[in-house]
Ligand binder design. Sequence first.
Ligand code: GRF
Length: 220
Amino acid sequence: MTDKKKRVGILISGRGSNMMSLIAAARDSGYPAEIACVLANRPEAEGLAKARSAGIKTRAIDHALFKGRGDFEAALDDALREAGVELVACAGFMRLMTPDFVERWRDRMLNIHPSLLPAFRGLHTHERVLAAGVKITGCTVHIVRAEMDEGPVIAQAAVPVLNGDTLERLAGRVLEAEHKLYPHALALFASGRVRIAGEKVLGPQVSINQEKALFCPPLA
Ligand code: GRF
């Protein structure tokens, strides 16, 4: 465990609700991370104004203004380093990153995805979950590797799919879990309570309830 707060840079592309959950958690004096900056690849990202009104330093780095992915990522990297960032938290950041950038932030960059990875990687997750008819889905915070939505899993939350769920209802239920999971996973990671061994993250274990499993539909 370390006592010094880790400086976190959050990357967003849109509304930034997960970003806000991290900002809110980091207000707690006992939280092991502080939010050093929020960077967006789209100047019109709604999350930028939300972060600013929460008193966080923000910057838009518009990917469309750069010749190639490498130049854009160099600017991103400069901004992160200028802000003294030690850990990067992607929160709805919709740009694929080059292996080079991922390597530069190896084991120091996290992402949240709205499924129980490795199931349902990629876009349109909830549509595919509903189409597949699975009964349990959820969300995952993982360490970023070069492949999309791949990398050692830090934490997951399981969310039931309910009869008659619409896309909006399911997405809303999963998002509620995301807002609890990301601050929790970042705290585990930033405090050093988890460690990476091989391509697995080892950390605290849950206490198992009587059933030892989540059943959906329920047993009773
Ligand atoms: C979340 O569902 C997250 O899991 C996914 O993109 C969405 C971003 O939402 N990667 P928000 O911008 O955090 O509100």
